[in-house]
Structure formats: C-alpha cells, structure tokens
Design a protein around this ligand. Structure first.
Ligand SMILES: C[S@@+](CC[C@H](N)C(=O)[O-])C[C@H]1O[C@@H](n2cnc3c(N)ncnc32)[C@H](O)[C@@H]1O
Length: 273
C-alpha cells in the first residue's frame, strides 16, 4: 500500500531538476532564489504558505525548537517554519523523489542547515521517545488508513506537554469524494476521516485538542481561484501539475466540486501531547 502511495506522487525521479528547468525558463536565477519563488509548488496543500503559518502559530515555536514534520513532501512547510522561527525541522516522507527534491530545494534557498528530510513511514517513526518539541502534519493522513498508529507515533516522539498541529482534508457531509484528487487518482489510497473520527483518534492517541478551525469556505475560494487561473491560461511556471502530471486540471475541477458540495472539509487542530 505504501508503494502505491509513493507511486501516486512520483512522476519524476529527478523532481528538483524538473523544477530548476521551469524556474530557469521563467527567468529565475537558481543561485538567488527565495522561499517565495518556490511557494506555488513546495507548499503542497490547500491555501499554501498562509495555512502553514496559521498552523505554526499554535505550536509555541522558538529558535531552539526541534520540530517534526510528518509527510513533509517537497519540504515547503518545514522551510517556512525554519525561516520564520529559526527552529530546526526534521521531515519524514514515504516518497523518495520528494525527499531528494526537499534536500535540493533547501540548499537552493540557504536553509540546508535548518532542515533535514528522511524517507520513512509516519506510522513507524525511526525516532526515540520524547525527541521533539513540536510536530505538524499537513494534508497527509488522507493517504493513511492506520491513523491510530500515525497519531500514536506522533504522541510517542513528542515531549509531554508539547504541541501537535494537524491540517488535513476530512470527509464532509455532502457525499463521497470525486476522483481524481491531488492525493489519489482512485479510492484505494484515500482514507479521509470525518471530524468526529478525528476527535476520537486524537483523544485515543493521548492528545488534548486545544483548538479546532474549519477553513472549508476559504479552501473553496482558493481552489475556485486556481481553477479560474487555469481556465484563463494564466498559470505560473511552477504548479502542482509539474509533478502530478496532466490530470491535475481534472483534479482541480473535482476539488472545486468536492469543496462546493462539502464532500470534503479542511480542518486544523492544535493538540497538546
Ligand atoms: C499532499 S502531500 C503534502 C506534503 C506536505 N505536507 C505539504 O503540505 O507540502 C502528501 C504527502 O504525504 C506523504 N505520505 C503519504 N503517506 C505517508 C506515510 N504513511 N508516511 C509518510 N509520508 C506519507 C506523501 O508522500 C506526500 O509527500
């Protein structure tokens, strides 16, 4: 099952090279890139960098924090936290091509000493108990059936009293998800939990939910704006299509419907370990 998930995300074996090519074509100098130049592709979730910063604001981070990012993708959220707070972020992700790209992109923007990325499974973390001061996971659990194991592992590696931020796509009340979507081309690798299931999963893993925010309306507007840009042909050089491929426009159309019809919701939780 984990191979199926990694295959879903791996259209390029050298994703950093593909990204560098697009950036050069658009006139960017790779030696002078900023994290803002990568934001359209490396914050691989609905509402992008803004959503990462909102979640991070609830984590109590300082420059000395050791932070874990579960399902770190191309590393955008990890770099955003490292750049904003000066903290150190360790990312773990199932998809080797994403981990390799995450390391390369971090070097391009001068953050290689603040972030690191390892290939691994969020349900079996290769870290000691209580080894992190905060953790986050953004748009990952919808690929994971064993969410109880994922949250138990997050709880295990967190220092007691520290914070865990979750921002995920949940099952809405409007019916089944329409596929393809960015995290799955068909239902076998999609495991969206309902808000009630999330609450009981997090409590079952020993977390206390301090705050819950439903951002579905804003997510709907975000995807509607993306669909409108695609229709007008005014897309930036880098988009999720760079690695999701030619069915990304179909994914975007479905996400607009999934959000409009409340087949999905986007919800964040700040929890205490
Ligand atoms: C939609 S992307 C989000 C990436 C990143 N969190 C972000 O917001 O930019 C989902 C990521 O979850 C990763 N993933 C899915 N299942 C995983 C698992 N069991 N363990 C670790 N990573 C996983 C995928 O490889 C992919 O990089």
């Amino acid at each position: 099952m984990s191979d199926k998930v990694a295959n879903h995300y791996s259209s390029h074996s050298d994703l950093a090279d593909a990204i560098a090519g697009r950036l050069r074509e658009s006139g960017k100098d790779i030696a002078a890139l900023t994290t803002a130049d990568l934001g359209a592709i490396d914050e691989f979730h609905i509402r992008g960098r803004k959503a990462t910063l909102e979640l991070a604001a609830g984590l109590g981070l300082t420059a000395s924090s050791r932070v874990l990012d579960l399902g770190s993708g191309l590393g955008g959220p990890a770099r955003t936290l490292a750049e904003t707070y000066g903290c150190h972020v360790t990312g773990i992700d199932l998809t080797p091509a994403f981990c390799a790209a995450a390391m390369a992109l971090s070097a391009w923007v001068g953050l290689a000493d603040k972030v690191e990325f390892q290939i691994g499974d969020a349900t079996r973390l290769p870290f000691a108990d209580a080894s992190f001061d905060a953790a986050m996971t953004i748009h990952v659990a919808m690929n994971i059936a064993a969410k109880d194991r994922m949250y138990a592992e997050a709880r295990r590696v967190l220092r007691p009293g520290s914070r865990f931020g979750i921002y995920d796509v949940l099952q809405g009340e409007g019916g089944d998800v329409l596929y393809p979507v960015p995290w799955a081309r068909e239902p076998s690798i999609s495991h969206v939990a309902t808000p009630d299931q999330m609450k009981s999963l997090l409590a079952g893993a020993g977390f206390k939910i301090l705050n819950e925010i439903d951002s579905t309306e804003e997510s709907q507007r975000w995807f509607e704006a993306m669909a409108a840009r695609m229709k007008q042909g005014s897309t930036p050089p880098l988009t999720f299509r760079t690695f999701l491929g030619d069915d990304f426009p179909a994914m975007t159309r479905n996400q607009v419907l999934n959000l409009q019809e409340r087949r999905i919701r986007t919800v964040s939780y700040i929890c205490e370990a």
